[in-house]
Ligand binder design. Structure first.
Ligand code: GLN
Length: 197
């Protein structure tokens, strides 16, 4: 029997509880992570949806920016949803003045890419790495991946071709929120990466 993976949810702001619930339902031991010592204790991390500029500022105030960058560079498996995807991007557009990211994903991500008319919407997405059934995806003031480097795999696109999920061997990012719809397969994919690391 393999031991239960110990994973964290970055708990500075955002939909922390929803992720923690999905991960513990899937059999992981879940810690809420706010401090460098708490980050050192986990084998993988989820960066939740919320407001990326707030999580950025709080991470700097809590002395978490550099530890997170070190963890990413050291190959810690990390899954970012929505604001979490923005925070994993090497480059962002439409950030607030001075907004920074942790980086690690060689992508350009546009914040609030759907404008005011389409603040929130739901759609079904084909996600080849997950197979059937399609993913029912909820987008809330969501970002888009405008371009992805050669080391980044596209995991899902909207019907018009725009990229909404990407991964590398250690990092996974989705523009949408599987944690609010009962969709567990992205968290399973993340936990597989944690177990393999
Ligand atoms: N628009 C938010 C941001 O810029 C992301 C929204 C979300 O995480 N649901 O961080």
């Amino acid at each position: 029997m393999s031991k239960r993976p110990r994973v964290g949810v970055l708990a500075l702001q955002g939909d922390v509880r929803e992720h923690a619930r999905v991960l513990s339902d899937l059999g992981a031991d879940v810690d809420l992570v706010r401090r460098p010592s708490e980050l050192s204790a986990v084998d993988g991390l989820v960066i939740p949806g919320g407001e990326s500029s707030v999580i950025d500022k709080l991470s700097r105030a809590f002395g978490m920016q550099q530890p997170l960058r070190d963890a990413i560079a050291g190959g810690m498996p990390i899954y970012g949803t929505c604001a979490g995807l923005i925070l994993l991007a090497d480059r962002i557009t439409d950030g607030i003045d001075g907004q920074q990211t942790f980086g690690g994903l060689d992508v350009t991500v546009q914040r609030n890419a759907f404008g005011n008319q389409l603040d929130s919407f739901e759609t079904d997405l084909d996600v080849p790495v997950l197979g059937e059934p399609p993913v029912h995806a909820v987008f809330i003031r969501a970002p888009l991946v405008l371009d992805a480097g050669s080391g980044v795999e596209t995991v899902a696109r909207l019907a018009d071709g725009r990229i909404v999920a990407v991964r590398t061997p250690t990092l996974l990012g989705t523009s949408f929120h599987p944690e609010v719809t009962g969709e567990r397969r992205f968290h399973e994919l993340f936990l597989d990466t944690v177990r393999a690391a």
